[in-house]
Design a protein around this ligand. Structure first.
Ligand SMILES: *Cc1c(COP(=O)(O)O)cnc(C)c1O
Length: 431
């Protein structure tokens, strides 16, 4: 199977980390998000170990919370020695509510509000990735008012265009994230930041996009960031201690996708940066990476109960599931491919050509088109694999569909980590 924590058990059912998917759906209901904690830990270790091996002390991966934010993820991330990125007051609050050390948080976001900046400073978030001059001014004032010096990274755009889907690439010059190097604005940003009271610039941040499979794009990013850092040194006499290279390591969703060797990729980036620094006579900085998807995507599975099939004669067959764009909007947004199997008949041949449709009143509510699964009967459990990233985090209540529960699996047992939302929860907000 595409992910090696999945198997078919004696009952012919899909097993996730050895646990029967149909039994999970029976016990916790559907739709259900399932997260294999052991797999998350394994992914964390790949980053932590490779970064310790190939990069200077103090280099570390920070988990990009936006990929999957709920309290239960933070103890896992923390115990594996990672930091975390947060992009809103809500993500800061979630991490802190889970006991995550504020010192290990990096506060991102292209338009933090004054209240969020004040809150982040008050809670002593370790670092802010400052997006722009507007925010820099507010942050400097706030840190001074609260009597601290806030450590910051300056978010710059390196003007790279990795070949991924438009909506998930962020490093090109014309972007709402960060300040562009190419136009000279990033140098001016650095000059202003270095003269701003209340903040200490520790380095630069850049993120070029998502679902990147080859180290070449990251090496190009390193070249541009280093050239910028050299300009800053030459013009302003400032030397960065930290390069934060963002996230974006790719994850396979279907068999045809490339697989990425994360450790080898980190080794390649590290040696490229070392060579560049030597060539430019620039002190080797600490490196931070911000993996989101590659930490949690392949650890997640969504389980649905099918209401059965519908065949439109001469056109196509549909498998109808009891969730859809409300728990996984990624197909509707980006036509993202997923591997889908009939968990109730996982040993049977996948020979029923179909489109998997959700329950919302939207013709775009589909999870996959033109795939094959073992032909389901009403009541079968349909598993969508690789849904650990950007599914729960992007879920909505469209059509007043309550958000699913989330179950974590560890050491052969399951535990409820997020309870299923109820209609009462939804109504509770309304006066
Ligand atoms: C989205 C994002 C990430 C995480 O990207 P993945 O593709 O999930 O690894 C990291 N850093 C920043 C700034 C981002 O915007």
């Amino acid at each position: 199977m595409i992910y090696d924590n999945l198997s078919v058990n004696d009952a012919g059912h899909l097993a996730i980390a050895g646990i029967d998917a149909c039994e999970l759906a029976a016990e916790y209901g559907s739709p259900l998000y399932v997260l294999d904690e052991d797999r998350v830990r394994k992914n964390c270790r790949t980053y932590v170990e490779a970064m310790q091996k190939y990069l200077p002390d103090g280099s570390a991966p920070l988990f990009a919370s936006k990929a999957l934010c709920f309290k239960g993820i933070y103890p896992v991330i923390e115990s594996e020695g990672m930091g975390a990125d947060v992009v809103s007051g809500g993500e800061v609050a979630t991490a802190l509510a889970a006991g995550f050390p504020a010192e290990r948080l990096c506060f991102h976001g292209s338009n933090k509000t004054d209240a969020e900046i004040a809150y982040g400073v008050a809670r002593r978030v370790g670092c802010f990735a400052v997006d722009n001059l507007n925010e820099l001014a507010v942050l400097g004032r706030e840190a001074k008012a609260q009597g601290i010096t806030q450590r910051i990274l300056l978010r710059v755009t390196v003007g790279l265009d990795p070949h991924t889907f438009a909506a998930v690439k962020t490093g090109k010059v014309d972007s709402q994230f960060g300040v562009p190097i190419e136009t000279g604005q990033a140098l001016a940003f650095a000059k202003t930041a270095l003269a701003t009271e209340g903040v200490e610039v520790v380095g630069f941040h850049s993120h070029i996009g998502s679902q990147i499979f080859e180290p070449g794009s990251f090496c190009d990013q390193v070249d541009r960031l280093l050239a910028f850092a050299c300009d800053v040194r030459d013009e302003l006499g400032y030397v960065a201690k930290v390069f934060n290279l963002g996230g974006g390591f790719g994850v396979p969703y279907v068999e045809a996708d490339p697989k990425m060797d994360i450790a080898a990729n980190i080794a390649a980036i590290a040696s490229h940066l070392k060579a560049g620094c030597e060539g430019a006579n620039y002190p080797m900085p600490r490196v931070l990476l911000e993996p989101g998807r590659s930490i949690v995507a392949d650890a997640g599975v969504t389980l649905y109960t099918t209401g059965g099939t519908k065949t439109v004669e001469g056109y196509r067959s549909y498998v109808m599931v009891d969730g859809g764009m409300t728990d996984n909007p990624r197909y509707a947004l980006y036509k993202s491919a997923y591997t889908i199997i009939n968990a109730s008949r996982a040993a049977d041949p996948a020979d029923f050509a179909c489109t998997v449709a959700g329950r919302c009143c939207e013709s775009g509510d589909r999870i996959a088109e033109d795939i094959c699964v073992a032909k389901p009967e009403r009541g079968d459990i349909i598993a969508v694999l690789g849904t650990g990233a950007y599914n729960y985090a992007m879920s909505s209540n469209y059509n007043r569909v309550p958000r699913p529960a989330l179950v974590m699996l560890s050491g052969g047992t399951a535990r409820l980590a997020v309870r299923r939302q109820t209609v009462e929860d939804l109504l509770a907000l309304e006066l």
